[in-house]
Design a protein around this ligand. Sequence first.
Ligand SMILES: *[C@@H]1O[C@H](CO)[C@@H](O)[C@H](O)[C@H]1NC(C)=O
Ligand SMILES: *[C@@H]1O[C@H](CO)[C@@H](O)[C@H](O)[C@H]1NC(C)=O
Ligand SMILES: *[C@@H]1O[C@H](CO)[C@@H](O)[C@H](O)[C@H]1NC(C)=O
Ligand SMILES: *[C@@H]1O[C@H](CO)[C@@H](O)[C@H](O)[C@H]1NC(C)=O
Ligand SMILES: *[C@@H]1O[C@H](CO)[C@@H](O)[C@H](O)[C@H]1NC(C)=O
Ligand SMILES: *[C@@H]1O[C@H](CO)[C@@H](O)[C@H](O)[C@H]1NC(C)=O
Ligand SMILES: *[C@@H]1O[C@H](CO)[C@@H](O)[C@H](O)[C@H]1NC(C)=O
Ligand SMILES: *[C@@H]1O[C@H](CO)[C@@H](O)[C@H](O)[C@H]1NC(C)=O
Length: 573
Amino acid sequence: MLGRYSLSRTGNFRPENLGQNALALIGNLCFTMFVIGVLIFTIIAATYEPEDPLFHPSTKITTFLTSNSNATFKSDNTVVKTGEDFMAANQTAFATFINITDVENITENAESDSKTVATAEVTSCEGSLDSPIDCKDPEVFHMMMRAAIEQFKDIHFYRFGKPVRGSNDSSCDMAWRFRPKDGKAAAFYKDYRRFAISRSENCTLSVVGIGDYHTGGNARKRKKNQKAGFEKKPQKQDQGISLPVVGEAVNDTLPVVESESSFSRGKYLIYVGGGDRCKSMNHYLWSFLCAMGEAQYLNRTLVMDLKICLSSIYSSSNQDEEGKDFRFYFDFEHLRESASVLDKDQFWTDWNKWQKKDGLGLNLVEDFRVTPMKLASIKDTLIMRKFGSVEPDNYWYRVCEGETESVVHRPWHSIWKSRRLMDIVSAIASRLNWDYDAVHIERGEKARNRELWPNLATDTSPDTLISTLRDKIEDGRSLYIATNEPDTSFFDPLKDKYSTHFLNEYKDLWDENSEWNSEMTKLNNGNPVEFDGYMRVSVDTEVFLRGKKQIETFNDLTNDCKDGINTCSTSAS
Ligand SMILES: *[C@@H]1O[C@H](CO)[C@@H](O)[C@H](O)[C@H]1NC(C)=O
Ligand SMILES: *[C@@H]1O[C@H](CO)[C@@H](O)[C@H](O)[C@H]1NC(C)=O
Ligand SMILES: *[C@@H]1O[C@H](CO)[C@@H](O)[C@H](O)[C@H]1NC(C)=O
Ligand SMILES: *[C@@H]1O[C@H](CO)[C@@H](O)[C@H](O)[C@H]1NC(C)=O
Ligand SMILES: *[C@@H]1O[C@H](CO)[C@@H](O)[C@H](O)[C@H]1NC(C)=O
Ligand SMILES: *[C@@H]1O[C@H](CO)[C@@H](O)[C@H](O)[C@H]1NC(C)=O
Ligand SMILES: *[C@@H]1O[C@H](CO)[C@@H](O)[C@H](O)[C@H]1NC(C)=O
Ligand SMILES: *[C@@H]1O[C@H](CO)[C@@H](O)[C@H](O)[C@H]1NC(C)=O
């Protein structure tokens, strides 16, 4: 479930779908897969740090060439890496974190009371022992910053917001922006917590407790009040690179067209129909990004359908489920800011209003072999690509094949994962104090299929795991286990050596009472949204990727090949 090359396995390949020229199609598809593989390799090689343990590109490319099993063609439920994953942390080297020595004028007080986190001398309190703590007092601010820096050793702080009153007279809320100390990705995270503050008889203030992740709700400002400077949009650097800030309020409302004249002056591209619907999410993205790439090449606004269909491979009903929304899974706010897109419902409303009056032209393209280059000179307001009903010729991504490939570039940087999902990831990592190792244990169908994966079941059994992990992970560490094994008690024997954690422990982050749930319900017009299989795998994967050590199933735990027997290249191991 963690394969980043999974885009290559997108086709829902069924024999009954094949026409009489099945062999030609298979050849075609193999070639497609190869091309995709090369492309992905190029993207990753260009942008990703090779020390990542999941990085084995050569393996995969030879796999496309040599594979004679059907496994390569099965769509699977893996999560693809998205734009923010590819941004190396050094892109933000300009930002320096706040060193504790930068927090001025705090007298350190080696307290005997172990509950006290930090203290500050405030001498002007005579006679006001019972007065409320003034959260705006700079001394209090400094003390709180210091307490936070001392308490959270595994993160770096980049900015603190001014404290505000908490729930009562002796608590203050404060927000900050941080990054895990050992993180490889560029994203920032936002946290806001409640600090309990006590005043002793001689007026010394001390922080006696810091609440959990996101407890300091009063310090969480809405985007509307952006004056404080802290609430600025993801930082724009000189090169125009923006960075995700996980935990910041999300505003992913649909873009609107201001006026008739701005609508009618616009140029649009829309893709209609096709066989991509209800396919794996990787297939969806691969196709969607092709459409986006074409729109950008043509300098047109992409008219997109935010409604997406969740493939049965991720649904708890095991049926394809319509009525999902792009924003459940991806960051539409970022897409809207980094590319020109419009929702199709809004588009058609405006089109119907003004098309006749303003004489707007439509150019229909029904053959994917008509290249974007041939469409460059078209002046019509709307270019509509229509896709037929015969797979795989009706896949959107076919537009980007062949000679187009070198001309149209998929704008990967425009696709980030939903920040609401990433906030769950951040909450889990914060509960583990950003100080945990992670292991990905893939079992499921592969473990049951002894023909293609002869050793997987044994190599991922608790007894074998204990001995394999012995040299890799120190005893007593927190160990996050990302797995598709539904019964996590299976791994109970590992508890003797590690403090094990699984996704399901954190259900409160998405259940009925969670912030995620209330935001999603609002987004979904008042209807609750299920935390579905794709979201689960997405969160599981991202928590795994934030572990200090990351142990993968294939290569690290077993010598079986990811795609079945004899699919490893000789160079891999
Ligand atoms: C691939 O699929 C075909 C048709 O379903 C089947 O006959 C064949 O045995 C499969 N090959 C492998 C290696 O699984
Ligand atoms: C980031 O690091 C990569 C390789 O480690 C390097 O090629 C790139 O130039 C660096 N970027 C910046 C902005 O320093
Ligand atoms: C903080 O600053 C001090 C003094 O400038 C320096 O010695 C220390 O290494 C810095 N700490 C970190 C984590 O950079
Ligand atoms: C911090 O304390 C030093 C002396 O200890 C003083 O010179 C300085 O002005 C103080 N800074 C602030 C911001 O109060
Ligand atoms: C004030 O709030 C803090 C943090 O929630 C809590 O620890 C403390 O007990 C509260 N104090 C009073 C007097 O209620
Ligand atoms: C104030 O009282 C605390 C304990 O209540 C003590 O640790 C601290 O040293 C005292 N400070 C002064 C300036 O007396
Ligand atoms: C959300 O963003 C849209 C478009 O940028 C803007 O018009 C709207 O006012 C924003 N809503 C809030 C609540 O900030
Ligand atoms: C899109 O706009 C750019 C810059 O304005 C221009 O160089 C390019 O030729 C345009 N492309 C098309 C297909 O019109």
